[in-house]
Ligand binder design. Structure first.
Ligand SMILES: NC(=O)c1ccc[n+]([C@@H]2O[C@H](COP(=O)([O-])OP(=O)(O)OC[C@H]3O[C@@H](n4cnc5c(N)ncnc54)[C@H](O)[C@@H]3O)[C@@H](O)[C@H]2O)c1
Length: 260
């Protein structure tokens, strides 16, 4: 992955979990800079320390950004380009999940979706990805033409139907459609656009339902799910960011084992 060295990347939701893990891989591969846009600034100091422990030369910009606000996203990407004078790649990773129902409730479960929970998940998982892609592509078009890559983080939930997490499944399927549809128009600009669809991964998002990691692993094993290490996901994201995956655009790569 020599092509990552010296490059500049912007990543949303990268103050923790899969996004932070991706920054760690970029730090190891001697990227020049990462710009982290995340809604939770309490995580910034630890994230920065983790990255500088790996690579003291890495330049790290952190910004409080709510991806459901196009104004905040635009300002963050502009600030990233103004600071580093480049934007070689981006990862749109910020996402949330809402369990709107439980399987014990009487169907049809979609009747339990409220305007508030539905709009929140759509605003972050779908609108947020569109706002980020739009700001990133505009910024890339204003820079000298060069090979660039954007990765959207969807989910295995884009591929299955679970009415208890309806808004999550619907938004992740839509992210895949957004990716594959838009990718064709970016080819002539030298920008590749792909999605990844990880199955359950060991981060705050999947562990939030459980007392501890052991309980999560045991419960998922009962349901035939193996909890992925975040490195498996970030390896794939970083490969898509680098020139080693040149020629690959408009695909959605499933990572790990899905629910049976
Ligand atoms: N963990 C899993 O099992 C799993 C599986 C498939 C896909 N994913 C996807 O991976 C992505 C990363 O999730 P994760 O597992 O690392 O979880 P995580 O909760 O550790 O990370 C999510 C990050 O997004 C940030 N975020 C939340 N809302 C935001 C907003 N409005 N604007 C900006 N940042 C925001 C959070 O502060 C957090 O740092 C998500 O899109 C998620 O849907 C996760």
């Amino acid at each position: 992955m020599a092509s990552i060295a010296g490059k500049v990347f912007a990543l949303t939701g990268a103050a923790s979990g899969i996004g932070l893990n991706t920054c760690c891989q970029l730090a190891r591969l001697k990227a020049r800079a990462v710009s982290i846009g995340d809604v939770n600034p309490n995580l910034f100091e630890d994230a920065k320390k983790t990255l500088l422990d790996i690579n003291p030369d890495l330049q790290v910009l952190t910004a409080k950004v709510d991806v459901s606000s196009s104004e905040e996203v635009n300002a963050w990407i502009q600030d990233t380009v103004n600071t580093f004078g480049a934007l070689d790649g981006a990862v749109n990773c910020a996402g949330v999940i809402n369990q709107g129902s439980t399987s014990e409730q009487t169907p049809p479960l979609f009747l339990n979706e409220t305007d508030e929970t539905w709009n929140r998940v759509v605003g972050i998982n779908l609108n947020g990805v569109l706002y980020c892609m739009r700001a990133e592509v505009k910024a890339m078009m204003d820079l000298p033409k060069a090979p660039r890559s954007i990765v959207n983080v969807a989910s295995a939930a884009s591929l299955f139907h679970d009415p208890t997490i309806l808004s999550y499944c619907v938004t992740k399927a839509a992210v895949v459609s957004l990716t594959t549809t838009v990718s064709k128009e970016l080819e002539s600009l030298g920008i590749r656009l792909n999605a990844v669809s990880p199955s359950a991964t060991k981060t705050g998002m999947s562990l939030q339902w459980y007392k501890n990691e052991e309980e999560a692993v045991a419960d998922m094993a009962k349901r035939g799910i193996t909890l992925l290490q975040p490195e498996r996901v970030s390896d794939t994201i970083v490969w898509l960011l680098g020139q080693e995956s040149d020629g690959i655009s408009g695909v959605n790569i499933p990572i790990g084992a899905s629910a049976p």
